[in-house]
Design a protein around this ligand. Structure first.
Ligand code: GLA
Length: 691
């Protein structure tokens, strides 16, 4: 519901209220949080005369702009906190914004070449600069899941303008005690959870790597004693989520493009659209997670495919040394075990056995695969499996035919040495000819070979782009290709990947059906990676593979059971040499896959619990719970594991032990587990409601 009365605009539903007021032609944000029926200015803040402060026409002299909760703040007029917008004209960086209009829209407008959520109740607020006459249109869309999305559009008037800084949203929150939750990491150790008190001053989570990055995820949750306000962006490039915690304890929270690597020239009468921010208001972290999962699935992420095919990926079994004989052996065994999709990873077009050559050429190496990709596809299909193929479409090798033919495809600042990453450069996706080249190459494969699945990888950070405009145009170019290719081939499943989870964000999952979570397949590390990622992302979207031991990334030895358990609640795959399995392992794998197939399409929620994950049917009639005990420890003999998602009114029986428990008992008292002398130990509990 959106009420617009006099100078108060109130967006609200069962989960959220967002209150704007218009005071002396300024648009202010007076409240964001749990729902209220009406706003009657209950918060009558005490202003007092201060020195070293500013005064403003029309406002009480005791009120400075530094105190006011501007909806879209600008710099230079006495609000010394972080601005949402900075523009310059002929070298003068100055602007001001006054309220112009508020309108309820019948349809939420889509953002050109940017992912944006569907449906919702949308409000458009227009602000205008009194001198430069450009307008800022702010879109806020309310969703029943406790989510608001927000984006901004700058509509230029008749001058050349440079946008130095522009945010998707700015939220001014009243004084409280705040903790900040975020995810940090690196390649093969993504999504580590961190929670710290929000310190006074400016805190910024950001990326300049040209992708949302494994180092800092584009997610933050501000936790106060009353609620959680979490934010993320439907964007895959350089971003910033910034907090300005002022001396009074108030917080300004912004999300948008990272100005360190952004600037944009806007010609007269052109428009600029920011990416969409997603704001989640929840009573606690568990609720935040459920709201993200539902919202993403219902309103943002790709809805083309429901399938969660059990896949076998060739990478850790063969690396670059792919051959028809090796593929045949894997495929024969895979079919028998219940695998449904075989993905041929890197190596198929490389002349050698490394990442040194041929990136971008995609000429199949017929010494490795004499019958080409058609031969592999036929073989896989003959074994009643789907066929997937790996590409790294955005890259070009230092040693490749493509770079010889088209050196201009590489972003390069003349006179400077180019920066390599994994022996390659990125293609300049801001160029139309490069985008056409990628579309033609991929369409060629999809039109002539029976490819059911594409793994779209991207293995190096951005460099040498030379301008903030190009860094953003690259991402717009990427989205344009993804939109085109996924629309032209709707039946093909797309998996996103960037050296694992280096570009795993709501923007990519708007196009991709699923994403590879991490190159690290070690069960122990996967637990924390999955904990971090599943705070936001539904399990279907997160690829989780069982691999061999010693683990190729960590050399750790973990039990087979734990490796399966850590993968089975997500999008299950295998990444190992099936010919090396013992008979016992093969038999177990067959059973595991059958079990996974029996639970994968449940209408269920993924819930994080004490030491593990729960996969609970929405009607609470059945649940699978995976609990993790990293180290054998006699002190754990007295530990109880509380189960969260069950119905306290129902009784459940444990399918393995045939024991009965009350839902309330499992939730309040919890379960004790047998003390097993094994490190990296997991326990899977399958509960069914009685009656
Ligand atoms: C990246 C991916 C891996 C694999 C290799 C192939 O590292 O994350 O899964 O595809 O590239 O080169």
């Amino acid at each position: 519901m959106i009420d617009i009365t006099n100078d108060i605009i109130h967006m609200h539903n069962d989960h959220i209220s967002l209150v704007f007021t218009i005071e002396n032609k300024r648009l202010l944000m007076r409240y964001l949080g749990k729902p209220i029926r009406h706003y009657h200015q209950s918060l009558n803040l005490q202003h007092y005369k201060r020195e070293f402060n500013t005064q403003h026409e029309g406002f009480d002299p005791k009120v400075s702009f530094d105190d006011l909760p501007f909806v879209y703040p600008v710099a230079g007029h006495g609000d010394y906190r972080i601005p949402a917008l900075q523009v310059s004209v002929n070298g003068t960086a100055f602007c001001d914004l006054y309220f112009k209009s508020a309108k309820l829209l019948n349809h939420k407008p889509a953002l050109p070449h940017l992912p944006s959520a569907r449906d919702g109740e949308c409000l458009a607020l227009v602000l205008e600069d009194p001198y430069l006459h450009f307008e800022i249109h702010l879109y806020y869309t309310l969703y029943p899941e406790g989510i608001i999305t927000a984006s901004a559009m700058l509509v230029n008037s008749d001058q050349d303008l440079t946008i130095d800084h522009i945010q998707s949203v700015s939220l001014d929150l009243s004084a409280d005690s705040y903790k900040l939750m975020s995810l940090y990491g690196l390649h093969a150790k993504e999504a580590n959870l961190q929670e710290v008190p929000l310190s006074h001053g400016i805190t910024r989570l950001s990326s300049t790597r040209g992708c949302s990055s494994p180092h800092t995820s584009d997610f933050a949750a501000l936790i106060s004693p009353h609620q959680v306000i979490a934010i993320t962006l439907a964007y895959s490039g350089n971003f910033a989520i910034t907090f300005d915690h002022d001396s009074f304890g108030k917080v300004r929270m912004q999300a948008g493009l990272n100005s360190d690597t952004f600037s944009w020239h806007l010609a007269p009468h052109e428009r600029f659209y920011t990416p969409e921010a997603i704001i989640n208001i929840a009573s606690d972290i568990d609720t935040m997670t459920q709201q993200f999962h539902t919202f993403f699935q219902e309103h943002l992420f790709s809805t083309r495919h429901h399938e969660r095919y059990v896949l076998l990926n060739s990478w850790e079994a063969m690396y670059y040394d792919v051959s028809m004989t090796r593929i045949l052996k894997q495929v024969e065994k895979a079919q028998d075990l219940g695998i449904e999709l075989f993905v041929l990873d890197d190596g198929w077009f490389r002349k050698g056995l490394s990442s040194h050559d041929s990136m971008g050429d995609y000429q199949v190496n017929t010494n490795k695969l004499p019958d080409g990709i058609t031969g592999v596809a036929k073989l896989v299909h003959a074994h009643h499996m789907k066929f997937g193929l790996w590409f790294e479409p955005e890259a070009i090798g230092k040693i490749s035919q493509l770079i010889t033919d088209h050196p201009e495809y590489v972003p390069h600042v003349p006179g400077y040495t180019l920066t390599q990453g994994r022996h390659e450069y990125l293609l300049d996706l801001s160029r139309q000819d490069v985008r056409d080249h990628i579309m033609t190459m991929l369409s060629g494969y999809l039109d002539t070979h029976q490819i059911d699945y594409i793994k779209w990888d991207m293995n190096r950070p951005m460099s040498d782009v030379g301008s903030g405009e190009k860094a953003h145009r690259y991402i717009l170019g990427l989205y344009e290709i993804l939109e085109a290719i996924t629309s032209r081939y709707p039946e093909v499943i797309f998996e996103g990947c960037a050296s694992g989870g280096a570009r795993l964000d709501p923007g990519m999952l708007y196009y991709m059906d699923q994403n590879w979570s991490s190159d690290n397949t070690d069960a122990h590390d996967r637990y924390t990676i999955e904990q971090g990622l599943s705070l936001l992302y539904p399990p279907k979207t997160l690829g989780a593979h069982v691999s061999t031991v010693p683990n190729h990334q960590t050399a750790r030895l973990t039990p087979w059971e734990s490796r399966f358990h850590m993968a089975c609640l997500f999008n299950l795959g295998y990444e190992l040499d099936l010919t090396q399995l013992s008979d016992q392992e093969s038999a177990q794998m067959k059973k595991d896959i059958a079990f996974y197939k029996s639970i994968r399409y449940w209408d269920a929620r993924l819930i994080q619990c004490d030491q593990g994950f729960e996969w609970v049917k929405k009607d609470q009639s059945e649940a699978v719970i995976v609990l993790y005990v990293p180290l054998y420890n006699p002190l754990l003999s007295q530990k109880r594991y509380r189960i969260k998602g069950l119905n306290p009114q129902l009784d459940y029986y444990d399918v393995q032990t045939q024991k009965y428990y009350g839902g309330d008992e499992l939730c309040q008292i919890g379960l004790s587990l047998p003390l097993v002398r094994e490190d990296f130990h997991t326990i899977l509990i399958h509960l069914k409601a009685i009656g």
